[in-house]
Design a protein around this ligand. Structure first.
Ligand code: CP
Length: 340
């Protein structure tokens, strides 16, 4: 089934009635219905999950009898494996549907596929899909099964942005005012869009930096009509980095780009690669984040990727704990009892 890019109405159809507090969240499609209270509950729960990860035997019986299916129409390492690992640590049963080996190749639609999983008593489906809005459309047609958006086209990647925010909050206090610089292919990055949403809610100032072809201003003015003041665009990387508390580097999304957006990779690296010299222009000890996969030597130098300011490994481990917390909060009755 061809799923067209969703309209704003499609994307907001499942909003408002879903919250962690008071009402159990059935789907996680986007971050625009998250409240500060939702974040506090999620991050408190994530903190408890991190404690499980530090145990010698990383196992809790919390989700025994629940089944989670991952359905990835695009490649993934971090997101897919962390959801699988998260579900297994919490004792859920996990099935990874291989799209290439499934009846999708015989023409079965996305909706029919997920309805089949629902009939097979899956409790939650983690979906990555190349079309923006695919999880939102599915959520309108499913009776029981929950959906987590693991990335839909260039639109949103909510669990990555939650992992990034959790990682930043471990080190920095948002009430002090934080400047976050997001460098690179903002236009095609679902990670950037979800991060802009949640960082705006936290009151951060955001500077987008990259070639003008990769930062379409109209997109953000139409999506964030009420909060344009916290977002600025600076095409000069040295200037953008001034007084930055957090530097978030993005991969060039070759798979989503039309040709002609960049003169060459060498030119891009010359102007926009985060290297040690440039990082010195940010605040001392500024945090460096990258959602991965990293193309070392293009958008970021190896020295910065593996340097003392790099949060790349912490982002991945925190991503596992965030996904454990989400599965727990979505699949166990509200209000939740103790973890174990
Ligand atoms: N950050 C991220 O989504 O990585 P994967 O594509 O490896 O899941």
């Amino acid at each position: 089934m061809h799923i067209p890019n969703a309209t704003i109405n499609d994307l907001t159809a499942e909003k408002n009635s879903l919250a962690f507090e008071g009402n159990q969240r059935r789907h996680l499609l986007d971050l625009d219905d998250f409240s500060p209270e939702d974040l506090d509950l999620l991050f408190d729960t994530t903190h408890a999950m991190r404690e499980i990860l530090d145990r010698e035997i990383k196992k809790a019986p919390t989700l025994r009898g629940k089944s989670v299916v991952t359905v990835f129409y695009e490649p993934s390492t971090r997101t897919r494996v962390s959801f699988e690992q998260a579900a297994k640590i919490l004792s859920a049963d996990v099935i990874n549907l291989s799209v290439e080996a499934s009846s999708i190749t015989k023409g079965e639609s996305l909706l029919e596929t997920i309805q089949t999983l629902e009939a097979l008593k899956a409790d939650l489906v983690v979906l990555r899909h190349p079309h923006a809005g695919a999880p939102h459309l599915l959520a309108q047609h499913l009776q029981k099964v929950s959906i987590i958006n693991a990335g839909d086209g260039s639109h949103a990647h909510p669990t990555q942005a939650l992992s990034d925010l959790y990682t930043i909050r471990q080190r920095l206090d948002f009430s002090q005012g934080i400047k976050v610089v997001i460098i690179g292919d903002v236009a095609h990055s679902r990670v950037a869009k979800s991060n802009m949403q949640i960082l705006s809610m936290m009151g951060a100032r955001i500077t987008l930096c990259g070639p003008p072809t990769l930062i379409p201003l109209e997109l953000f003015q139409s999506k964030y009509p009420n909060q344009p003041n916290n977002v600025e665009i600076e095409t000069n990387l040295d200037q953008a980095l001034e007084k930055a508390d957090v530097v978030m580097v993005l991969r060039l999304q070759h798979e989503r780009q039309q040709s002609g957006l960049l003169p060459s990779l060498r030119e891009y690296a010359r102007l926009y690669q985060l290297n040690e010299e440039r990082l010195k222009l940010a605040k001392p000890n500024a945090l460096v984040l990258h959602p991965g996969p990293v193309n070392e030597g293009i958008e970021i130098s190896p020295e910065v990727t593996h340097g003392t300011q790099s949060m790349v490994q912490q982002q991945i481990t925190n991503g596992l704990a965030i996904r454990m917390a989400l599965l727990y909060l979505m699949l166990t009755p509200y209000p939740q009892a103790n973890l174990i």
